[in-house]
Structure formats: C-alpha cells, structure tokens
Write a protein that binds this ligand. Sequence first.
Ligand code: ADP
Length: 469
Amino acid sequence: MMPKLFRTLAFRLTLWYAGIFTVSSCVAFVLFYFLVSHTILNRIDQDLLDKANVFSTVFSVKGVPGIKTLAVLEARAAGEKKIFFRLLYSSGEAFATSHMAYWQNIRVGEDAVKALIAGKKKVFETVTLRPHSQRVRVLYHFSGPGVILQTGISMETYSHFFVAFKRVFTVAMAVVVLLSALCGWFLSKKALSGVGAVTETASRISGSNLDARVLETGNQDELDYLAKTFNKMLDRIAGLVASIREMSDNIAHDLKSPITRIRGLAEITLVQGSDKQAFESMAASTIEESDRLLDMINTMLVISRADAGEGGFRFEPVDLSTLVVEACDLFAPVAEDRGVQLECSTPARAEVMADIGMVQRCLTNLMDNALKYTPAQGRVWIEVDADPLNRVEIRVNDTGEGIKEAERGRIFERFYRVDPSRSEAGAGLGLCLARAIARGHGGDVTVTSGSGRGSCFSITLPKGNVRVI
Ligand code: ADP
C-alpha cells in the first residue's frame, strides 16, 4: 500500500528543502535591505550635515543676512521640492525660509528644538509630508548663537529603493519557493529511488518466492550499501528457509518410519495374531519404537534449549580423565563386537566445571559414531589434553571412512546424515547435540578429517575452573 502523498518522505523532504531555502533567502534579503537602507540614510544625513556646516561657516562670516540669502539660493540650486531651509530663533519661531510652498506642512519639532537647547549638537528626525506621503529627513542644527537651522531633504531615493526592493523581493521569493520546491522534489525523489527499489523487491517477496533481489548500482553510496545488505539478508533468509524445509522433511521422515512400523505391526497382529504371545510381542515392539521416538524428541528439545542458552546445565567439578576411561570401559564390548581396537590416553586428572550427564552424552555420541563408521580391524583412540590456553580437549580419533570436505560443514546440522540410504542406525542428531552441549559449556566440537583417512572429532571445554594434573 502506497502512503498518502503528504506522508511520504519525499514530500516532507521537499517541504524542508523549500522551507530552509525560503527562510535563508528571507534572511539574506532582510540583511541586504538593512545594509542598503542604512547606507542611503547615512548618505542623506551626511548631505544634511554638510549643508549645515556651510550655513555655520557663512553665519560666522556674513551673519544672519548671509544665511538668509544662502537658504534661498541653496534651495533653488538643489530644487525646491528636494530641499528646504528654515532659520529659527531659539524659541522655535521661524524668521527666514527658502521657498516653502511644497513644504508648508512640515512643522517645527518642539522636542528637537528643546533637545538642541539642552545641549545636543544635532537632532535628526524622519517625518512624513502630507498629502504626498513623502518621507523627509530633517536636521536641526545651531548655525550660530541663537540661530537654529532646520533643513530637510526628501527621501525620494530611499522610497524608490524601497519600492524596487519590494518588487524584487516578491518576484525573487516566488521564484525561490518554486525552484526550491522543484529541486527538493527532484532531489528527494532521486535520492529515495533506491529505497523504492528495496520496497518494491520486498513486496514482491512472498513465503514461496525468495528469489527477487534489489539491483545493486555499484555506486558505493548508502543506497547501494542498503541494497547489498538487503540482498545479503535475503540470501540468509533463503538459506534458513531452505534448511528449515529440509529439517521438517527430515523430521517428517524420521517420525513417519517408526509410526508406520508401529501401525503395520498392530495391523498384522490384529489380523493374524491369535494368541497372547503375538500381542505381547506387539506391545514390546511398540514400546521399543516409542522409546526411540521419545529419545529423538527429547534430544531435539535438549538441542533447542542448549542453542537458546537455556540448557539448564548443572555445573560441578568433573574429572574428564575418569569420564573418558569409564566411557572406554562402557564401549569396550561394542568395540570388540565390531572388531575395532579401542584405546584411550589421559592425564591423571583433568577437571572442569561441567554438567557431567551432558558431557557424557556429548562424548558417547562421538564415540558411538567413531565405532559405527570405522570398519573391522580399524582403530579408535581417545586422547585428553590441556592446551596452553588452559582448555581441556578430548579428541576422538578413528581410522574410519573419513568425511569429505563438502560434508564437514553440514554434519553438525540437525538431521543431516552423509549416507542418504541411512543404512547405519541414527537420526542425524548426534553431532548436533554434541556441539550444542559443548557450546552450552562455552566450548565447541570441531572435526578434522580427510576422505578415507579417518576422522578426529575434538571437544574443547573452556578453562572455567580447569585443573590438570
Ligand atoms: P547419525 O545418527 O547419522 O550418526 P550424527 O549427527 O551423529 O548422526 O552424524 C551425522 C553424519 O556424520 C553421519 O550420518 C555420518 O555420515 C557422519 N559421521 C559422523 N561421525 C563420523 C565418523 N566418525 N566417521 C565418518 N562419518 C561420520
């Protein structure tokens, strides 16, 4: 199901992109506006001050008549709608002006005059001239003792700039918002196209079809990495699903055979069994088959728990030397039956903290295999060793048929048996259980072997509280 447009990451990224662009453009515009308007205002103020200084100089030379004439001349020269001059007494009363027809609405600022009298050297004001709504910058300045010059300059340049700026700002912002939204949409779509490919592949994958893979671009970027990781994950899942399928096939097969045997025996006994002995024999076979089934199910449970780290092992000091010697004694009759020579070499003591019952199961599985897969006249020998890392190692060696390299990685899988005909008794759980137990103790079971050169299965149990004498 596709998410709604406004919920998509592309949409949200576009919004962010457009938002950030708009805000930063606004900030840039505002800064630019302040900078330019400040510069213009400074220029106007400087112009006013220059004029005021000229008035002061003329006053000092020619007195009041001189500046009266100057006011008229200056205003005429600059343009009577551009500048005005008004000469005031300290009381604020005007006694001379330039041509004021255009400026008649400009009053004398009482506060400004008061500020001058209070000691300020110059006072600037910005006033709006009605009815033109034109802004005027006004300066109050003492041209001489008791004579204040009020001069104003039209801020037309400033207003022009402001109007032009407003226009440029509006157009530029519209373009910026549009362009940033388009760029944002394009970029986020492009950046997220890889994610879309992963989503599309994921939606194509169903329980039965795990073959779909995302196309790897090879760009070595995050999306390529995502595609690679996703594909690797799919490979792993496909592997797991295959092994689960194989395992359930094996479980089905291994459960089916004894149940079929029990059913067949019961049917034959029912049809043909006339006496009590036939039924007793059927009951004995049923018990035997059920025990094998139970044993298999229990083994599976132990493996699952040990794999999940919930083996419930009861750790106690165990002397592996004694354990191996006892196991050899136990297997001696079997070895003899098979015509296989069984030996063991152990140090005086090799103590570890372990669950004795579990280690016994682990060892007997390996010994059972060694005897099972070693032909008559062969040899099985067990060694107990403590390696320099203070781990105790039990090696179960045989001169049997060996295990091909291709099989070596798989024999520890649940229900995996090299011989597909399953001529030897066994459910393919022995090695898996042995490894689960060893790993549950923090150790491992490994194999070295060559086809036809015998095998060596090694149980390593970690230091823990190992004591080797
Ligand atoms: P099984 O019940 O078949 O013995 P295991 O898990 O103990 O199951 O062993 C898995 C497979 O590994 C066996 O089917 C066998 O082919 C191979 N195998 C185990 N031990 C040996 C060994 N000592 N020599 C040769 N093959 C072995």
